[in-house]
Design a protein around this ligand. Structure first.
Ligand code: MN
Length: 302
């Protein structure tokens, strides 16, 4: 992250329009569980601001886009103040607000997720708006709603790297294959290690210098690390692997903004996901983090 002075933590503690419920409890659990301390240890003095939608009663789609608008304004304000925005949200679709606030011109997206979040209203079988976040970001659906988010403009498909996926639905796979999104599936990382991701990032680097980093915590291996939410499928990245991957991103790009989403503390009774998430924050906001640079995989040519 080049040139920033500090961090603005922007908190959107909602899941499907409901405050503090399920994954909506994640942001405040991260804050209460040591996120401030993790940032202060790095010499940062984070500002923390929580956004609240006013739409009443809450409605999944309307509230998601209302939150996007609020997040966009806070992100833009943070960047204007020379602070890098770190958005903690229940749902991944808050990323639409984050990229809007960061400005999508020459912005790449590096999206870590077990799921593709690439459904549209016409392909979803769950009806869960959260499964459409990346599709919205590249302009594939909910265009009028996204158009109401201040600063929104779709990110070109070719400027997106989706990593760690292992549970895409058939329709999503078809839509991804037909798109220019670069997918680095979890099973490919299993086989080839992080060099699969390195190649994708190098290609992205030829197109953009700044990225939004999206971290759905269910990209983590539910057995080896911990279960981030009820939707986490088998397999996934280990803690060191994810930290190394984030280091590869922050080593190549100016991280314009970052987001952490989909953390339901109910599934993390022993706090292992929390611990990993805090380490990830360090890797994202501090490229000199020795935990990242000291990883032997980072010293090998990838
Ligand atoms: Mn997701």
């Amino acid at each position: 992250m080049g040139g920033y002075q500090d961090v603005s933590v922007i908190v959107a503690p909602y899941d499907s329009g409901h405050r503090g419920v399920r994954m909506g409890a994640g942001p405040e659990h991260l804050l209460g569980g040591g996120l401030r301390g993790a940032l202060r240890e790095r010499g940062l003095s984070p500002s923390i601001e929580t956004v609240h939608p006013e739409g009443d009663p809450p409605a999944e789609v309307a509230t998601a886009f209302e939150l996007d608008g609020l997040v966009s304004e806070r992100v833009r304000g943070a960047l204007a103040d020379g602070r890098v925005p770190l958005v903690l949200s229940g749902n991944c679709n808050a990323s639409v607000g984050t990229i809007s606030g960061a400005g999508t011109s020459s912005l790449g997206i590096v999206w870590f997720d077990a799921h593709a979040d690439f459904n549209t209203p016409e392909t979803t079988t769950s009806g869960f708006t959260d499964g459409m976040g990346l599709a919205v970001a590249v302009g594939h659906c909910w265009r009028r709603m996204a158009g109401g988010v201040p600063g929104f403009f779709p990110v070109p498909e070719e400027n997106v790297v989706l990593a760690g996926v292992r549970d895409a639905q058939p329709a999503e796979k078809e839509r991804l294959a037909a798109s220019e999104v670069t997918v680095v599936e979890a099973n490919r990382i299993d086989r080839e290690g992080l060099r699969a991701l390195a190649g994708a990032l190098d290609d992205l680097k030829a197109a953009v210098g700044r990225v939004y980093v999206h971290l759905d915590l269910d990209v983590l291996d539910a057995e080896k690390v911990g279960r981030a939410n009820e939707f986490a499928p088998r397999g996934g990245l280990g803690t060191e692997e994810l930290l190394a991957a984030l280091g590869m991103v922050s080593g190549r790009f100016d991280v314009a903004a970052a987001g952490i989403a989909s953390y339901d503390p109910t599934f993390d009774a022993d706090g292992r996901v929390l611990k990993t998430a805090l380490a990830c924050v360090g890797a994202l906001v501090s490229p000199s983090n020795p935990a990242v640079q000291g990883d032997p995989r980072e010293r090998k040519p990838l």
